[in-house]
Design a protein around this ligand. Structure first.
Ligand SMILES: C[S@@+](CC[C@H](N)C(=O)[O-])C[C@H]1O[C@@H](n2cnc3c(N)ncnc32)[C@H](O)[C@@H]1O
Length: 408
């Protein structure tokens, strides 16, 4: 069937840590350890977010290299396996509240509840790709998505041996870039500290990015509740089947139109390449539910173009349809970004991934401000732009005007 098969044990309370640490030691010595991720950090170093241990070859000997992922800069330190076990014995349950042990054929997640009860969830992966031998230290590179993740194989990004399928290499780069951007936003908005994070992905399509965000949050030790919303029923069924086969909890897909979807307490709103004004509906829903992060990559800008009445001086430029299209796109997205600014979000518009990888490469990333800011100037700028170009209707502006109090 092409799917890796999974057998998952239900999360239950266990009494002690030692079986987990013994498994770390035995899989390390057998060359079956892939990595160990410590997350939900609650120690004194407020900069520290995760620690990732990986086997590396150092002067002919395999050791564990620990990457301390910190807000401003990362630190790397090497451990003998016995030193690592000692470190984990003192830090797990005290400074780190979650750990994920990824080995050949198995994932073992442990977490500590608020009352510091030790819970675990073990998932066996049948037919999993073999773990690559430890490589030299200087080849280590910080990556946000591990090529060995099971969902990549289930979605056809990687093959049975864990290699990226050549035809999917652009998608693979896009997934990595997307997770990198999301990871930074999650850190900056403080969502990293939450126990549970709700995500809505509008126009999820084949859901490469939906699976990626779910996986990334789970690896941070956050309970991820991710919903993909998609018009096409066949894709919804396929994605739900894949999530069930991978025994993924908290990931589901719903058939529906973004326009009619009822949002319920979303922290992260994603709409990547959702067509035309579907992006406006998604942004609007994100603002309305108070999402901390709104991330979209707009596609096909149809609403503004027929309204444009540019000044005569621009007509030699805009006589070319491609320029008119670019102008309409810039205005549509520029006004979206300004509306987000006016409604409490710090907003950036940038190239998501180079054009070599996809032609749909613009990202609007909005992060909710912790403090309110005077928005009168921004609202005036929007009106001035609309007047200059003769724009009467902008979908997002209309949605906001209909749903939010008039003083915003
Ligand atoms: C180009 S695909 C992008 C898929 C995915 N977000 C990605 O970037 O890989 C756009 C998807 O949005 C869906 N879509 C378009 N308009 C929609 C709407 N109004 N409501 C829900 N889904 C929509 C389409 O069916 C399609 O699967």
């Amino acid at each position: 069937m092409g799917y890796t098969e999974f057998l998952s044990e239900l999360e239950f309370e266990v009494l002690e840590l030692s079986p987990f640490l013994q498994h770390l030691q035995s899989t390390f010595s057998q060359g079956e350890l892939q990595r160990l991720v410590l997350s939900r950090h609650e120690g004194d170093d407020k900069e520290l977010q995760r620690v990732i241990f990986r086997p590396v070859l150092l002067k002919g000997q395999t050791v564990l290299s620990a990457l301390y992922e910190r807000k401003t800069f990362d630190i790397t330190k090497n451990f003998e396996i016995s030193e690592a076990v000692e470190y984990l014995t003192t830090k797990l349950g005290t400074e780190f509240k979650s750990a994920l042990l990824q080995t050949q054929g198995e994932e073992w997640q442990i977490s500590f509840s608020k009352k510091n009860k030790l819970l675990q969830n073990r998932t066996k992966l049948k037919n999993a790709a073999p773990v690559a031998p430890a490589t030299a230290h200087n080849r280590e590179k910080r990556r946000f998505v591990e090529q060995s993740r099971a969902y990549l194989q289930a979605l056809g990004i990687t093959d049975a041996s864990g290699q990226v399928v050549p035809a999917m290499s652009r998608k693979w780069k896009q997934i990595n870039k997307f997770v990198e951007i999301l990871a930074k936003a999650i850190r900056e908005t403080g969502l990293q500290e939450r126990q549970e994070v709700h995500v809505a992905d509008f126009g999820s399509g084949k859901a490469y990015l939906t699976f990626a965000v779910h996986d990334y949050l789970q690896q941070l030790g956050i309970s991820a509740q991710v919903t993909g919303v998609e018009l096409r029923p066949a894709l919804v069924d396929l994605c739900n089947e894949t999530a069930a086969k991978l025994a993924l909890t908290g990931l589901n897909f719903e058939q529906g139109d973004v326009q009619h979807f009822q949002a319920r307490g979303v922290n992260v709103m994603i709409a990547l390449h959702a067509c035309d004004t579907a992006t406006d509906y998604a942004i609007h829903m994100g603002i309305r539910t108070g999402a901390e992060i709104i991330m979209c990559s707009p596609c096909c800008h149809k609403q503004i173009r027929p309204q444009l009445q540019s000044p005569a001086v621009l007509s030699p430029l805009l006589q070319h349809g491609i320029h008119l299209g670019q102008e309409a796109e810039m205005l549509t997205d520029g006004i979206r970004a300004l509306l987000l600014e006016a409604h409490g979000y710090d907003t950036q518009v940038f190239e998501f991934i180079s054009l070599e990888h996809t032609s749909k490469n613009k990202m609007i990333l909005a992060q909710k401000r912790s403090k309110a800011k005077d928005n009168r100037v921004v609202l005036e700028q929007i009106q001035a732009l609309k007047a200059f170009y003769g724009i009467t209707d902008h979908c997002l502006e209309q949605l906001l005007a209909e749903s939010l109090p008039s003083n915003i």
